[in-house]
Design a protein around this ligand. Structure first.
Ligand code: NAD
Ligand code: 3DD
Length: 507
């Protein structure tokens, strides 16, 4: 129970940073070299992000986001910097944080803060944040000064949306959040920051947010799941657009993005030979499918785990064995979680894995791998944590006997169980992120123009916009579409210019 009553200037937990800092940014490196490198990579990315560039051109005059204050909680990468500057070009006032403590690319943050024409964007993000710093950053980016809230949010995983809702709910109950009631370290940090905000601002701070925030567009599967849960329990405070389920997002980013970035991360982290090794991917959804393809590219011997018979059947017909994690423990070399669920790989599983098995997660949160269980074993001396390099750790078990010379075995955990492609590499490449982020910009425009008519629910973008996003990326591949004749259009019951599929069509 934190008894000290926080004030606006009081440092937040052990960050040494004032709760409401008034800073216009906080990043790792604003040197000329970081800015140069970031700006150069942004220029290269722009050439690979035709959808965003097209929207900049289409809306340069009308600036549909004029007057919008957009807070973004989305991995601070080079690709995200292009998204941010697109939103800015369309008239928005932006503040930004990363949605993961390891995913920031510091040179991208530097270029975003430096800006293009002295119009730098306030960014609060750096690679390797502590959890306390992460939530401090989120609080800073949510406040335009004088407690002015954003009008729109771009969220990835739902952390910004969750902070507002949880803070609001404590205000409604008139209750002071108690960190000692938390189930885990991160929840304790969240409850502490909410308690400190309540001490400093009283019981109306988050109520103002509920009034000022007009809507949120959510990037990823797990964040969308959290939104639908709030619709179900009638606790959603503002309208939401589910960007993840635009076909040109989840069937591209989640699949082909992971197909590119998973093995990139494993290779950068370990330099291990993947070819011929036994790898298991837990979850055969969009991310799992892309991850399997990545491993196929390296000729690994791949199995998957699944709960869903349809995905299991898909895997079987793709020539994959569908087994359980337990069946893989003795002789698999690489374990990857991609479920969006929790407790997929437990500490007990890891105690039984072969020596130097590699364990990583490409799902959004770090609860797919039981990191808390491993941390608890640190305290009891049953395991040692040895840093090989940032985001690559050997966890050496002290009491097992199947390691070298009959001693304890080790496993190699990447990105501390957080999403490995952004923790140990640079995430998806620009072209596939362009499709995702073109949907994000269209969603933000939709919210700016129509939020109040959406109501307290979660919607997806219409199919004609999905097709528009696809069209904007075809030239990159030299695609020549076939023209549908009027007669053919009538025959299959679609418009000559689309949409070409009914709403229930599964791509
Ligand atoms: P999805 O729902 O399409 O796939 C998840 C699959 O996991 C489903 O088929 C489900 O049946 C299966 N599953 C659930 N619980 C399981 C369990 N206990 N054991 C085995 N299988 C189980 O979701 P998705 O779009 O593939 O996303 C998966 C996760 O990856 C989400 O957290 C999402 O937010 C995240 N994601 C990460 C990136 C990235 O760049 N790292 C990109 C996109 C999405
Ligand atoms: N994600 C993967 N690579 C990314 C990149 N280069 N920039 C920003 C975000 C990136 C995560 C996305 O796939 C996000 O859409 C998700 O997690 O679903």
């Amino acid at each position: 129970m934190s008894t000290a009553i926080a004030t606006i200037e009081a440092p937040f937990m052990s960050t040494g940073l004032p709760l409401f800092s008034g800073y216009d940014h906080k990043i790792a490196d604003l040197s000329e070299e970081a800015i140069r490198f970031g700006r150069k990579e942004i220029e290269l990315a722009e050439h690979e992000m035709p959808g965003l560039m097209a929207l900049r051109e289409e809306f340069a005059e009308t600036k549909p986001l004029e007057g919008a204050r957009i807070m973004g909680s989305l991995h601070m990468t080079i690709q995200t910097a292009v998204l941010m500057e697109t939103l800015q070009d369309l008239g928005a006032d932006i503040r930004w944080v990363s949605c993961n403590i390891f995913s920031t690319q510091d040179h991208a943050a530097a270029a975003a803060v430096a800006g293009r024409n002295n119009n730098g964007i306030p960014v609060f993000a750096w690679k390797g944040e502590t959890l306390e710093e992460y939530w401090w950053c989120t609080l800073q980016a949510l406040n335009w000064g004088d407690d002015v809230a954003p009008t729109l949010i771009v969220d990835d995983g739902g952390d910004a949306t969750m902070l507002i809702h949880l803070g609001y709910e404590y205000e409604v109950k008139g209750e002071r959040p108690d960190p000692s009631t938390a189930d885990n370290e991160e929840e304790a940090v969240v409850l502490q920051i909410l308690a400190d905000v309540q001490d400093a601002k009283g019981l109306r701070y988050w109520h103002q947010f509920a009034e000022m925030v007009r809507g949120v567009s959510e990037e990823t599967t797990t964040g969308v799941h959290r939104l639908y849960q709030r619709v179900e329990d009638k606790s959603l405070l503002f309208p939401a657009i589910n960007v993840n389920d635009s076909v040109t997002k989840s069937k591209f980013d989640n699949v082909y993005g992971c197909r590119h970035s998973l093995v990139d991360a494993i290779m950068r982290a370990t330099d291990v030979m993947i070819s011929g090794k036994r790898a298991i991917v837990c979850g055969f959804g969009d991310v799992g499918k892309g991850s399997v393809d990545a491993l196929r590219g390296q000729q690994a011997k791949i199995s998957i785990t699944e709960i869903d018979p349809i995905c299991a059947l898909q895997a079987s017909m793709a020539g994959l064995d569908v087994i359980t994690v337990e069946k893989a423990l003795d002789d698999f070399d690489i374990f990857i979680t991609a479920t969006g669920n929790k407790d997929i790989i437990t500490a007990d599983h890891m105690m039984r894995m072969k020596h130097n098995a590699i364990v990583c997660n490409i799902g959004h949160f770090d609860n797919e791998i039981d990191m808390a269980g491993l941390e608890a074993m640190l305290d009891t001396g049953d395991v040692q944590k040895i840093e090989i390099k940032p985001q690559v750790h050997e966890w050496r078990f002290t009491n097992t006997t199947h390691g070298p010379n009959g001693g304890g075995h080790s496993i190699i955990i990447l990105a501390e169980g957080r999403l490995v492609n952004l923790g140990c590499a640079t995430g998806h490449p620009s072209l596939v992120m362009s499709a995702s982020f073109t949907n994000q910009v269209l969603a933000q425009i939709d919210l700016q123009e129509n939020a109040e008519s959406i109501g307290m629910k979660v919607i997806t973008l219409p199919k004609h916009l999905d097709e528009k996003v696809a069209r904007l990326h075809l030239a990159k591949y030299g695609v020549e579409l076939t023209k549908l004749t009027n007669d053919q259009a009538s025959y299959i019951g679609v418009g000559q210019e689309g949409p070409y599929k009914p709403g229930h069509y599964r791509y």
